[in-house]
Design a protein around this ligand. Structure first.
Ligand code: UD1
Ligand code: CA
Length: 429
């Protein structure tokens, strides 16, 4: 039987260089928190039972995020923050008696994929090591802990930059901060940690030496793609990671047969599925979780905000924003419209400037709009939700619709047109 896995995610640190009031791990890429990327990578391996997130700086906000979004995660407070070893130790009581492997990761590495994590876990399982460290090779290893090996190439220790000898500083294999440990065998190391080092912190990296000293095997596993270990410490690095993630997503979609006219100006979240032969025009921004069918045309200048499902041959044109809506096949929302909390049937035509008014600012409630097959809205109409527009119904241009409209009807709210003849002459007098 395969050994069970639980994870510890370190997320208590301050992230001073972000220059932000907000915890580092709650900064977002495509509207999703950095910590969410890490938890999803772990959960998407399908191998982890439970995640323990170590919180400290902005603990309440981080805990609220975790409990709201992850059923299989809980938080433990680290206060004060005395180093990475001390951070992981906060999960010690929870894991007492756990007879599986514990995965430890930093909470600020959004580029790590579930595929690489799986390979890392499998490498550990295939070996007889009690501890596997996830390492990576960098041309510029500055600031990272270095992987020190003996003459035979076996892992010997991890040395922090601040404690490293000049020769050690030249080592290009670094510690990513990811570990997998046989909990029964290696957890006693937490009771023997000291802060006897340049930073006077309890270093998690010390478990390597401890493991070897106790006659157990420790090894390192080199990440194939070092970029995946990229940790976010500044706003610049956040932007760099977003760019990598964006390119990864676009490359995948292009390979799957989606046409992306201008990858430089197109942003699509990793959780968006798009079927082949759909065309994405320039300056389109798609965030959150969405499903887009075949042969759609999106953009230019479209924004899809998540929770959106489009059937095939749907057209979302310029300056259109769509949020939490389902739109069936052959429906057009071609220009200047907002569709939110809505369900649109097939062959619907949404005229330019149509707005679904879904939000009551005072009560903070949101309401649904339903528009059935074949219906159409004239330009500049507002549908005040909740509202149901029946099949093949028409809404006249410029109308404000605040009631349901039955099938095949025309609904119109319009002041009568008045024409004042010779107005220009009268004005001149
Ligand atoms: C650590 C490693 C280093 C590795 C690097 C990878 C140690 C001693 N060093 O460096 O070998 O190359 O990560 O990025 O472990 N944290 C807490 N509580 C604390 C301190 C840190 O939760 O008291 C969390 C941070 O929020 C962060 C993670 O631990 O998510 C790593 O901390 P950070 O200070 O970024 O790592 P380093 O000490 O620089
Ligand atoms: Ca540190």
């Amino acid at each position: 039987m395969e050994r069970k896995i639980k994870s510890i995610i370190l997320a208590a640190g301050k992230g001073t260089r972000m220059k932000s009031e907000k915890s580092k791990v709650l900064h977002t890429i495509f509207n999703k928190e950095l910590l969410g990327y890490v938890l999803d990578a772990v959960n998407n391996t399908g191998m982890a039972q439970e995640n323990i997130v170590i919180v400290g700086h902005q603990a309440e906000a981080v805990e609220e995020y975790v409990t709201k979004n992850y059923d299989n995660a809980k938080c433990r407070l680290q206060s004060p923050q005395l180093g990475t070893g001390h951070a992981a130790f906060q999960a010690y009581e929870d894991l007492k008696g756990f007879d599986g492997d514990v995965l430890i990761l930093n909470g600020d590495i959004p580029l790590l994929t579930a595929e690489s994590l799986k390979k890392f876990i499998e490498a550990h399982r295939k070996s007889d090591a009690a501890l596997t460290v996830m390492s990576a090779i960098f041309d510029d290893p500055t600031n990272y802990g270095r992987i020190v090996r003996d003459e035979k190439g076996n892992l010997k220790a991890i040395v922090e930059e601040k404690d490293a000898l000049d020769a050690q500083k030249k080592i290009k294999e670094i510690n990513t901060g990811g570990y997998l440990l046989n909990w029964e065998k290696v957890s006693p190391s937490f009771l023997e940690m000291t802060s006897d080092n340049a930073q006077h912190e309890y270093y998690l990296t010390d478990i390597v030496k401890w493991t070897i000293k106790h006659g157990l095997k420790a090894q390192s596993y080199v990440l194939e793609n070092n970029e995946e270990s990229f940790g976010i410490n500044s706003k610049k690095q956040l932007a760099q990671a977003a760019k990598v993630l964006k390119e990864r997503v676009l490359d995948k979609l292009l390979a799957e047969g989606v046409t992306i006219v201008d990858p430089d100006t197109t942003y699509i979240s990793p959780e968006t599925e798009i079927e082949p032969d759909t065309i994405i025009y320039p300056c389109t921004y798609i965030e959150g979780k969405n499903k887009i069918g075949k042969n759609c045309k999106i953009g230019p200048f479209a924004r899809i905000r998540g929770g959106v499902e489009l059937g095939e041959f749907v057209k979302i044109g310029n300056f259109v924003e769509i949020k939490k809506s389902k739109i069936d096949a052959h429906t057009n929302v071609s220009h200047l419209s907002y569709i939110g909390d809505s369900s649109l049937g097939s062959n619907v035509n949404i005229g330019a400037g149509t707005i679904t008014a879904n939000y009551n600012h005072i009560t903070k409630e949101k309401f649904q709009t339903v528009i059935d097959d074949g219906a159409s809205t004239g330009s500049n109409s507002v549908i005040v939700a909740p509202a149901h527009i029946g099949e093949n119904a028409s809404i006249g241009a410029g109308s404000v619709i605040s009631k349901d409209v039955e099938s095949n009807a025309l609904a119109l709210t319009r002041a009568p047109l008045k024409i004042f003849k010779n107005w220009f002459e009268k004005l001149k007098k």
